[in-house]
Design a protein around this ligand. Structure first.
Ligand code: DON
Length: 593
């Protein structure tokens, strides 16, 4: 890694930090230059940097600036929908719910009403909250429903009608709006309804993703809508979704009852019956989103507010930050020492995650112990600075591409909402609800469908996360709000990418608060990943210097390279407003005013 700090210090504000960025050059320096403790946050000096020679995201990329408010999501139309609501006087929650419903229309491979998600909220008056609207296993689900008569794991947790959990998206977004929003459901859903009813122009990203999914999708009912005449709608064509428009209109008019106890739910149940699925009316009526106590932790004076179970994101990130804090100040970004420390701390946090975390309503989760600084110190004390450890052997699988989406919203009053939502795989289970106009999730694969066998992310999980009726499958989604040492919102961040969500969000936060990067650089910086099993470091190619890779191998790490890790959308406070950056590796828009 040859990341260096250019002499050009980007003074975001009148900061007085004498901090030295941990971004100084040099492959794998034996003693890395130490960053000083962050002294001020938003008003801090930040540094633009350059990364390894062939790194694909050029330096000149800039963040969007908004003096008052900012939305960052994976869809231009959805971000514009959020902006429209903000401009009309809505707050961050009103805008977040508008973005969520718009994503269900314009980003159908991840945005949804047939899936679920998590939201972390921090209001300007200091209130914090977290809502869990994760899918739940249908009442007729059984522990071994995805294992065949020979004891072999089938693909039914991934494709087709059995793969779906009971969706939580509509109930969750409505509950969040009722508690923290200022507008009606009909008002915030108006942009989504318009986009579904009148259509929008397909862009090249949607065309590519549809083309890649054609075989799966055309096994089910969505084929005619997305592949009229048998081919994916080409860029520039108008995608009109009348069935979805109708479903959204019904939800806007009647509230979540239209989905959980009304015509939209009836279409969903009919679809299940047609395809051998097990979600019933009773399942829909029983669904409730849950308000959870956010996981709140500190890292070197900053406060992290993030998601508790049924997501593993908050606890696993907190464990990692707590371990890393014992090594602070951390080695330079891109050095072998730094990447090694990340790998070893992620490894330990994921070992706990995969064995101990699950839906805490079903399984006792030792949350307080796991997030305690004492426990982190004991884990960190086992880490060698020069030698890789080994994850205890287990079968490990190959990770696959997938789809989820995160969006970050802040408003002019200082309210902040971080939301991650998913149908798990791209276009979920590929099942499209006839008459309802939406894709169903394949979230059942996030359970340990066969404890000890890898799921589609290669995650090897234990008994705690086995399938049980009514239980939420463990997630990695990590919507997070970071407060600066003065207690102001600094960063609103989260990601898509299965387990890489946890590691990517951690790295973007570290890039900002430890390495003092601008948000644009923190986002474009090359990422690494380690999830304990498979026991390997994944590095984005060619973001890291080959000498650094050699050094990591010398420490005993198995190192592989990969094209892109995770899909993050983030907003950061800067002097006079907000920076927003959408994922450079994906599509989308950050827009503010
Ligand atoms: O909840 C989870 O952890 C997964 N269902 C997330 C899937 C995901 O991020 C796919 N995204 N690109």
């Amino acid at each position: 890694m040859t990341k260096r700090v250019t002499a050009a210090v980007l003074l975001v504000a009148l900061g007085v930090s004498a901090c030295r960025p941990a971004t100084t050059s040099g492959p794998a320096p034996a003693t890395a230059p130490a960053p000083s403790t962050p002294s001020v946050a938003a008003g801090d000096a930040r540094y633009s940097g350059t990364f390894s020679g062939g790194w694909r995201f050029p330096e000149a990329r800039e963040a969007a600036f908004g003096a008052s408010a900012m939305v960052a999501s994976n869809s231009d139309h959805a971000s514009q929908a959020g902006l429209e609501i903000l401009r009309a006087g809505g707050n961050a929650m009103d805008a977040a719910v508008a973005v969520g419903f718009a994503l269900a229309v314009t980003y159908p491979f991840a945005g949804n009403i047939g899936g679920g998600g998590f939201m972390v909220i921090r209001m300007a008056d200091g209130r914090t909250a977290a809502i869990d609207y994760r899918e739940i296993a249908p009442l007729a689900a059984t522990r071994n429903m995805f294992v065949d008569e020979y004891g072999k794991l089938t693909d039914k947790s991934v494709v087709g009608h059995l793969a779906s959990g009971v969706p939580g998206a509509v109930a969750g977004m409505d509950a969040a709006l009722q508690r923290f929003g200022t507008m009606s459901l009909a008002q915030v859903m108006a942009p989504a309804i318009r986009l579904a009813r009148d259509g929008f122009a397909v862009d090249s990203a949607l065309f590519r993703s549809l083309s890649g999914a054609k075989q799966r999708l055309c096994r089910f009912e969505g084929c005619a809508t997305f592949f009229p005449g048998g081919e994916a709608l080409p860029p520039g064509a108008r995608l009109v979704q009348p069935d979805l428009a109708r479903s959204l209109r019904l939800i806007a008019e009647r509230g979540p009852a239209a989905f959980y106890n009304g015509p939209v739910g009836d279409s969903l149940v009919a679809e299940m019956q047609r395809g051998g699925g097990i979600i019933t009316k009773q399942d829909l009526q029983a669904y409730v989103p849950k308000w959870r106590e956010p996981v709140v932790s500190t890292y070197r004076g900053y406060t992290l507010i993030t998601m508790p179970p049924a997501s593993s994101g908050g606890i696993t990130m907190t464990q990692t930050f707590n371990m890393l804090e014992t090594f602070a100040p951390l080695p330079a970004f891109g050095s072998a020492e730094y990447t090694h420390l990340l790998a070893e701390t992620f490894r330990r946090a994921f070992i706990d995650r995969n064995a101990k975390l699950a839906d805490a309503d079903f399984v006792p989760v030792p949350r307080d112990e796991l997030v305690s600084k004492t426990y982190a110190r004991s884990l960190a004390s086992q880490i060698s600075r020069t030698q890789a450890s080994k994850t205890p052997a287990f079968t490990a699988g190959r990770p696959e591409p997938e789809h989820t989406t995160h969006y970050s919203v802040v408003d002019g009053r200082g309210n902040a909402v971080a939301t991650t939502t998913t149908i798990n795989g791209g276009y979920g289970s590929a099942v499209w609800v006839r008459g309802g106009g939406f894709f169903m999730n394949n979230e059942m694969d996030d359970f340990a469908a066969q404890p000890g066998s890898p799921n589609m992310f290669g995650l090897v999980q234990g008994e705690a996360n086995a399938v049980q009726p009514g239980k939420r499958m463990l997630s990695a989604m990590s919507p997070t709000i970071v407060l600066d040492p003065q207690g102001q919102v600094l960063l609103v961040v989260g990601a898509a990418g299965g387990p890489t969500i946890i590691t990517a969000v951690t790295q973007v936060i570290l890039n900002v608060i430890e390495h003092k990067m601008t948000l644009a650089d923190a986002m474009r910086a090359p990422r690494m990943h380690h999830q304990s099993l498979p026991d390997q470091i994944r590095l984005e190619s060619v973001g890291f210097d080959s000498l650094m890779v050699t050094a990591l191998r010398g420490m005993g790490h198995d190192v592989v390279t990969t094209q892109g890790i995770a899909n993050v959308n983030a907003v950061m406070r800067v002097t006079g407003g907000w920076h927003g950056v959408r994922e450079p590796r994906g599509a989308g828009l950050a827009v503010g005013y």
